[in-house]
Every structure is written in structure tokens, then in C-alpha cells.
Ligand binder design. Structure first.
Ligand code: XUL
Ligand code: CO
Length: 451
């Protein structure tokens, strides 16, 4: 364990977080840093409880495997329940600490990669056996606490074998290994009642086009996803498959670069019936899009599956995976989530505490703050939608399309020649009206004041 551990008071080995009891809602006036001020799980908003709208999930990889290491220095995190070894025993002990955290934080879901929860063995069968052993503990802890698995996934990017990719590798046996790994991860996800299965193509992309057969790699990726769909059918896994777009990191170009690229890929390979998207805020930023854009782009095509809730630092060009606390961001996100719904997805905190926030209690502060920010965003967005405060201005903006001419064009019942003759008759189009952007921004501010 990290040397810093010696400076912290000794802990009861049975309790990972002795200083925290269950986090409670105390309302906006509370100054208790370990209470919710906005997230009130049973409170009804727009016909559903907050808990059912938000479906919060904790990520295992950042919260229980994050070390605080960066390219310039090693780990800083103090995690007294973790002996730092790669043993199955330690993995089981860590899983118990994780469920204590989920329970005290009052989150309904968690999410993991296979290699976060159980150590990789010397062979594939050893790795599978390790995963089975830890999955037993996860199952027992799920039953004890009622916390559920939002999604499972396979880590096919950390091990050096995946240096050229997993489903897009030039090495056919690495591809076969990746297939075996996903097969097992699907089985475990299903055994734990996982409601979705995510593919983030960590190393599915390229560093250099001189050495890359892009068409062949993408064909292999399409084939890989079809085999996953076939296997899910075979074992009766009914969870939703999700692809998580990201434009760069670790490769220079990731094939799943944004929602549009993913949907184009899914259509090309006839996979749209089986996959939706898991949209992550910081990935949208890296792609040069707003989160709202990525959500709307997926949502309007019926492909919005889940979100990885975090934020980047707009002054930095990398995936900083910070906890989102910005009310504008959470309001914008919730505006789109309320519009399209989340289905079996959730608001998954794919976010890590900063390297300097190394104490266990920081994990609570981070999640509580972001849960509150999303709860507040939910309330503001619900009120904006209920009052049609934005909708009616948008409807007004497009009202010329409600005319006979607009209907004719939208229904495909006119032609260039007919439109030309109309405009030759008129000589000039009707006058434009203002886009009212500033007024709309003020309206959002007003709802942040009152909701
Ligand atoms: C990487 C990322 C992943 C996925 C799961 O940027 O977001 O953690 O969410 O593989
Ligand atoms: Co993610």
C-alpha cells in the first residue's frame, strides 16, 4: 500500500469508510458536506422518482482501481482496504469495500471491466477462474445490498498483447483472444444481471495510416460485433449492447470517434438493431462537440443508450475525467435525457478524483457533488420542459414550415421546378426573424434561479 497510508488513523478492517454513515438528503440549505442537497431519491420529478430518472452508477475502475498515477509520477491514493497485491483475495476484499461505498452513497448501480474486478492470470483460463471467483463475491454483495450492475465490459486495451488493437488487430490470434475475453465478460455480466454491455474500443484505431489496412480492420470489427450479438442470443443475454464513442486517446484516431462515426459504422455493418451509444461528456469535448450535441445526435436516431457522466477541463486537450459539477452542463444533459429517455442506461460516473484528493473520503465528496449537480439539472430541465420555455420558441422559429409549402416539402410532394416557379412569382423570400439566442440563454438562467 502507499506510503501515505501511515499518516492516516488506523481503520477498523471490517469497515472501509468508518467516518461515513448512509448519505442522506438534507435539502439545499444544508451545509453538511456529506449530505445531498438536491438528490432526493424518492422525490417525484416529471412523473418519476429522481432515482428512476438518474439511475446513478459508480465506476469500479476509477473509484476502486484508480491510483492517481500520471505520466510524471506514481500513485498517490490511500486505500487502506487494499493491500496493493494482484491476488484474488485482495480483489474480494476490495469488492466488499466497493459495496460498502455503493451502499453508503445510496447509488443503485455500478459498472466494471473484467480486469478491474479480478486480476489477470498467467493464462486465459486462469484469468477466467479469477473472474469467476470474484464474481461470486460481487453476486453475494449485490444480493446483500440490492445494488445492481448497470453494465459490464472487457478491458482489451491495458495488456500489451492489444498494442495493435483487439477486434481491429493485425494479429489474428489476438483477435481470437479478444473474442474469448468478450465471451467470458458477457457470461459474467449476464450472471450478475447486467442491464447493458459496453464496448469502448480502447485500441481500436490507428497511429499511422502507412501500416494500416483500414477497410480490413473495420470489416473485422463488424464481424466481431456480430459474433457478440450471436453469442448473446445463444446464452439468452437480453441486455442492451452499447458502443462508447471517443475520438482519440490512446490511439491517434479511434474508429468510434463520435456518435456520427459510430452510427455510420453500425449502419454499414447492419448492426443498428442491436447497438445503442454510451455517450461520455469528456469524449464529446475531445471530438469538438458539446455533450448536448452528441446526446441529441444519438437520441434523434433512437440510439441514445446511456451516459458516462464526467467533464473535461476546457483548457486541457485530454481526457481528464473529472466529476461534473457545472449546473449548465447537467441541465443541458438532462434536457436531452428527459426528451429521449435512458431506457436501460444510466448516469455512470466515469470520473476520477484528482491525484491530490487521495483520501477515501474524497470519493464521497466527488460523487455527492456530482449526484447533486445532476439532480439539480434534472429539476431545472423538467421545469423548462413542463413550461415549454424553450420548445415553444423553437416551434415558433420553424413555424413557416407548418404552412402548406412547408408541408409539401416535408412530405416529398414538390420539386425544384415547382419551388423555382413559386419564387420567380414572389421575387423574394419572406423576411427572416431573430434567432433569439441571448434571450434563450437568459431563460435558462432564470430557470436556474427558480427551479
Ligand atoms: C475511456 C473510457 C472507458 C470506458 C469503458 O476513456 O471512458 O473507461 O468507459 O471502457
Ligand atoms: Co467511459
Amino acid at each position: 500500500m502507499n506510503r501515505l497510508a501511515v499518516f492516516l488513523p488506523a481503520r477498523n478492517p471490517m469497515t472501509a469508510f468508518p467516518e461515513v454513515t448512509k448519505v442522506q438528503y438534507e435539502g439545499p440549505q444544508s451545509d453538511n458536506p456529506l449530505a445531498f442537497r438536491w438528490y432526493n431519491p424518492e422525490e417525484m420529478v416529471a412523473g418519476k422518482t429522481m432515482k428512476d430518472h438518474l439511475r446513478f452508477a459508480v465506476t469500479y475502475w476509477h473509484t476502486f482501481r484508480g491510483t492517481g498515477a500520471d505520466p510524471f509520477g506514481g500513485g498517490t491514493m490511500v486505500r487502506p482496504w487494499d493491500d496493493g497485491s494482484e491476488s484474488v483475495e485482495n480483489a474480494c476484499q476490495r469488492a466488499r469495500a466497493a459495496f460498502e461505498f455503493f451502499e453508503k452513497l445510496d447509488v443503485p448501480y455500478y459498472a466494471f471491466h473484467d480486469r478491474d474486478v479480478a486480476p489477470e492470470g498467467a493464462t486465459l483460463s486462469e484469468s477466467n477462474a479469477n473472474l469467476d471467483a470474484v464474481a461470486e463475491v460481487l453476486k453475494a454483495e449485490q444480493q446483500r445490498t440490492g445494488v445492481k450492475l448497470l453494465w459490464g465490459t472487457a478491458n482489451m486495451f491495458s495488456n500489451p498483447r492489444f498494442m495493435h488493437g483487439a477486434a481491429t488487430t493485425c494479429n489474428v490470434e489476438v483477435y481470437a483472444y479478444a473474442a474469448a475475453q468478450v465471451k467470458k465478460a458477457l457470461e459474467v455480466t449476464m450472471a450478475l444481471g447486467g442491464e447493458n454491455y459496453v464496448f469502448w474500443g480502447g485500441r481500436e484505431g490507428y497511429q499511422c495510416l502507412y501500416n494500416t489496412d483500414m477497410k480490413r480492420e473495420l470489416d473485422h470489427l463488424g464481424r466481431f460485433f456480430h459474433m457478440a450479438v450471436d453469442y448473446a442470443k445463444e446464452i439468452g443475454f437480453t441486455g442492451q449492447f452499447l458502443i462508447e464513442p471517443k475520438p482519440k486517446e490512446p490511439t491517434k484516431h479511434q474508429y468510434d470517434s463520435d456518435a456520427a462515426a459510430c452510427l455510420n459504422f453500425l449502419r454499414t455493418y447492419d448492426l443498428t438493431d442491436h447497438f445503442k451509444l454510451n455517450i461520455e461528456t469528456n469524449h464529446a469535448t475531445l471530438a469538438g462537440h458539446e455533450m448536448m450535441h452528441e446526446l441529441e445526435y444519438a437520441g434523434m436516431q433512437g440510439a441514445l443508450g446511456s451516459i458516462d457522466a464526467n467533464t473535461g477541463d476546457l483548457l486541457l486537450g485530454w481526457d481528464t475525467d473529472q466529476f461534473a459539477t457545472n449546473y449548465y452542463l447537467t441541465t443541458q444533459t438532462m434536457l436531452v435525457l428527459l426528451k429521449y429517455g435512458l431506457g436501460s442506461g444510466g448516469v455512470n460516473f466515469d470520473a476520477k478524483v484528482r491525484r491530490e484528493s487521495f483520501e477515501p473520503i474524497d470519493l464521497f465528496h466527488a460523487h455527492i457533488g456530482s449526484m447533486d449537480a445532476f439532480a439539480r439539472g434534472l429539476k431545472v430541465a423538467a421545469k423548462i420542459i413542463e413550461d415549454r420555455a424553450i420548445d415553444k420558441i423553437v416551434a415558433q422559429r420553424y413555424s413557416s414550415w407548418d404552412s402548406d409549402l412547408g408541408k409539401k416539402i416535408e412530405s416529398g410532394n414538390t420539386s425544384f421546378a415547382e419551388l423555382e416557379s413559386l419564387m420567380l412569382d414572389k421575387g423574394e423570400a419572406a423576411a427572416n426573424t431573430s434567432g433569439r439566442q441571448e434571450m434563450l440563454e437568459n431563460i435558462v438562467n432564470r430557470y436556474l434561479d427558480i427551479a
